[in-house]
Write a protein that binds this ligand. Structure first.
Ligand code: DQA
Length: 148
């Protein structure tokens, strides 16, 4: 099984961005943890980060035929990235959206996610562990089907 782990704008700066919101782990550290978690579940996790919405849309379109699920933290694109939303929807794959911070406890404009509406579910506010929970969910969903 192959799962895409996609991170959007500014998430390449994790570790330097406000650690009270986003924690202290860098993106390569988080990616390594999810890849290792995937290995334990016989799952290949392929990582991609870009600060550009178009590059993420291109990546999703290219990789979809070879993937079974998507974990995505779209960063600020989550709140307004309609082409990203459409690209995720067009895959037909199960998507789990992750936010490190709790978007519902922040500014009102962050509390809406346009990409969340095409996800199976959204994990928000649980820090980097959210990516691990997303992986667990997707592997179970894809191999057994949760019925949801
Ligand atoms: C974020 C929340 C977004 O509002 C913000 O723009 C980010 C990170 C999070 O992981 O908490 O870049 O997606």
């Amino acid at each position: 099984m192959r799962i895409l782990l996609i991170n959007g704008p500014n998430l390449n700066a994790l570790g330097q961005r406000d650690p009270t919101l986003y924690g202290t782990m860098t993106l390569p550290e988080i990616e390594a943890a999810v890849v290792a978690g995937g290995e334990e579940l016989d799952t290949e996790v392929v990582c991609f980060q870009s600060n550009s919405e178009g590059a993420i849309v291109d990546y999703i379109q290219e990789q979809t035929p070879n993937a079974q699920g998507i974990i995505i933290n779209g960063g600020a694109l989550s709140h307004y990235g309609l082409s990203l939303r459409d690209a995720l929807s067009d895959t037909g794959l199960p998507v789990v959206e992750v936010h490190l911070s709790n978007i519902h406890a922040r500014e009102s404009w962050r509390q809406r996610s346009v990409t969340g509406s095409v996800a199976k579910g959204v994990i928000t506010g649980l820090g980097w562990s959210g990516y691990m929970y997303a992986l667990d969910y997707l592997v179970t969903e894809i191999t057994q089907g949760s019925g949801q």
